[in-house]
Structure formats: C-alpha cells, structure tokens
Design a protein around this ligand. Structure first.
Ligand SMILES: Cc1cc2nc3c(=O)[nH]c(=O)nc-3n(C[C@H](O)[C@H](O)[C@H](O)COP(=O)(O)OP(=O)(O)OC[C@H]3O[C@@H](n4cnc5c(N)ncnc54)[C@H](O)[C@@H]3O)c2cc1C
Ligand code: FES
Length: 292
C-alpha cells in the first residue's frame, strides 16, 4: 500500500469543524451522465482550503445553492486528487434541480467532508465485492479509485452495478475502461435492455449468482435504493458472508451534517455522524422496520 494512502485517519471538515457556514467553491466542469444526472467538478476559491481539504471514500459534502438551500451529496471523485472535487447529482428536488440549472463558472457553497466513509482497512487481504444501484455508484467510485492506486491491498475485486437502461449508466466510459484494464471484474446489468445491449438484464442482486463468493474472505460494500440495500444485505447473509463483513451506505434527510440537529436519526444513530456507512450487524434490527 502506498505511503499516502487514506486509511486510518478521518479528515476533519476544513471549513471549520462542525460549521454551518458554507465555503464558496466554483464549478469548473459539468458532465451530463444521463437524462437526470450530472457530475459537477468544483474547487474552493480559497487557495488554502484547496490544498488542505482531504476526504475519505464514502464521505459527503453539504452543497449549498445560493438562495435555494442545501443537500447532502457524496463526493464521487478520486481521494488522491482532493483539490478538484466531483459530485454526481440526480436532479430530483428543490436543491438538486437548482443545481442542474447552474453553469460552469457559477458559485456554490460547500461544507464538509462529513460522515465516516467506507472502512478501507477492512479490505486488506480480502476479496472485495462492491454492489451499487443507480446513483449508488457515486459514493463507491472513490473506493474504486483508491483500490486502483492500492491494488495490492486486497485480493479479487468485483463491481456489480445495476441501473434502469444502458443509457442510465453513470461513468459509462470509466466502467468500460475498468473492465478492459482487468484490475477489477466489472458486471453491469440493466432493468430494460436496448437492441445494442448484450450484457445481463435484470436487477443487480441477480448478478450475485454469476459470482463465486468465498464467504470467509469476502468484504461487501453496498449502496443503492433502500430495497436494494435490504435485499443485498440478506442475500449475502444467505451466501454465508458474515454480517460483520457487509457494509451499507444509507440515506436520510440531512440538515446540519455533523450530529447536532437530529434530522437524520435512524434508531439510536445519526446517519451523518455515525454513518452514512454502517456495518450490517449494527443496523440489522432496524432493517426490517418501516418508517424509522
Ligand atoms: C449521505 C448522503 C449522500 C448523498 N449523496 C447523494 C449523491 O451523491 N447524489 C445525489 O443525487 N443525491 C445524494 N443524496 C440524496 C440527496 O441528499 C437528497 O436526494 C436530497 O433530498 C436532494 O435535495 P433536494 O432539495 O434536491 O430534494 P428535495 O426537494 O428535498 O426532495 C427530496 C426527495 O423527494 C423526492 N422528490 C422530490 N421531488 C420529486 C419529483 N418531482 N419527482 C420525483 N421525486 C421527487 C426525491 O426522491 C428527492 O430526493 C445523498 C444523501 C445522503 C444522506
Ligand atoms: S443532519 Fe443533523 S444530526 Fe444528522
């Protein structure tokens, strides 16, 4: 593993520990991923913040659209290049749609990084199975970048990704590149195929059948819609992967982002502070319950 690998420490929010005050950042580039999702590349205006900011794969920022409001958005870029941050945003609500109307050169506010991120140390010497559905690939993409730079850290790496149609795939060019380069096995499935699609069709959990899972030495990271998280977590259990080796990233409505307001409460936990990544055995009792 490289010396500068992000693994033990948790980066502090650079814009003031536990701060409500967003820091100005400029949009450098916008990439349309699919019909309702865009990836925004941003950088802090302040030179010191640009050089001091660090994040761990799986952490998120609160993004502020001036005059509109804030939303929690995962950092989807390479943790080894923290000066330019990417956020992949599905344009579905008040803040995200306002974000969708923004142009290169426009300013947003950022607070973060918040949350705990994926447990990279847990992957050491193990097979790693990454399962993502739809926008759930965004918080897992930094893990893949990290693994590509530290490939000797673990054994086999498999990415299982599902989305609605081939056109809905996030990071389509990168998915193809990762598959070509062969450092990880990439399997993509779609709910609805087009004439050009020759890959698997069906929900992403079906891909579990195509992979030989060595339960004793596999660590699993899952991020997707609530139903996918549930089905996947119980599915891996049926394959005898211990609950303590299955990690899930959860979503709740956020307000402060750092454990003060209680908006993101999930049972006895705060998703912003104790998560968003949880070990399955920490939350299994909440998983079967609705409206928690
Ligand atoms: C830790 C964490 C990380 C996250 N990372 C990301 C990320 O990387 N990318 C990302 O896109 N989101 C991410 N989210 C989700 C995002 O924070 C929420 O979707 C947030 O509510 C969006 O804010 P908004 O004001 O645009 O939506 P709101 O107006 O608050 O709407 C909330 C939700 O209501 C639904 N909704 C609202 N209007 C419509 C509509 N017209 N049609 C269908 N559904 C609708 C959507 O599901 C929407 O997400 C993350 C959330 C958390 C907690
Ligand atoms: S968002 Fe305020 S406690 Fe989590």
């Amino acid at each position: 593993m490289k010396e500068n690998a992000v693994i033990e420490r948790r980066p502090e929010p650079v814009c003031g520990m536990n701060s409500w005050v967003p820091v100005p950042a400029r949009i450098l580039a916008i990439h349309q991923e699919n019909f309702n999702t865009k990836t925004f590349t941003v950088e802090f205006i302040d030179e010191y913040l640009r050089s001091a900011y660090r994040f761990d794969p799986g952490q998120f920022n609160m993004i502020y659209v001036p005059g509109i409001g804030e939303a929690a958005i995962s950092i989807s870029s390479n943790p080894h290049q923290p000066a330019k941050l990417e956020h992949t945003i599905r344009l579905v609500g008040t803040v995200t749609r306002a974000m969708g109307r923004m142009k290169v050169g426009d300013m947003v506010g950022l607070r973060g990084p918040f949350g705990n991120g994926w447990p990279l140390a847990e992957m050491e010497g193990r097979d790693v199975l990454i399962m993502a559905g739809g926008i759930g690939l965004a918080p897992l993409r930094p893990v893949i970048y990290w693994l590509l730079e530290n490939r000797e850290h673990c054994r086999r790496v498999v990415l299982l990704y599902g989305c609605r149609t081939p056109e809905d795939r996030l990071y389509a060019t990168e998915l193809e590149q990762w598959e070509r380069e062969g450092k990880l096995d990439v399997l993509v499935t779609v709910d609805n195929a087009t004439a050009e699609w020759s890959g698997p069709v069906g929900v992403v959990v079906n891909l579990m059948r195509r992979v030989k899972v060595n339960a004793e030495r596999t660590t699993v990271f899952v991020c997707g819609p609530r139903m996918l998280n549930r089905v996947a977590a119980w599915g891996f259990l049926q394959l005898h992967v211990p609950m303590s080796q299955v990690y899930l990233s959860l979503e709740r409505n956020m307000n402060c982002g750092f454990g003060r307001c209680g908006h993101c409460q999930y049972g006895s936990k705060f998703v912003c502070r104790d998560g968003p990544v949880f070990r399955f055995d920490e939350i299994a009792d909440l998983f079967g319950k609705e409206e928690i």
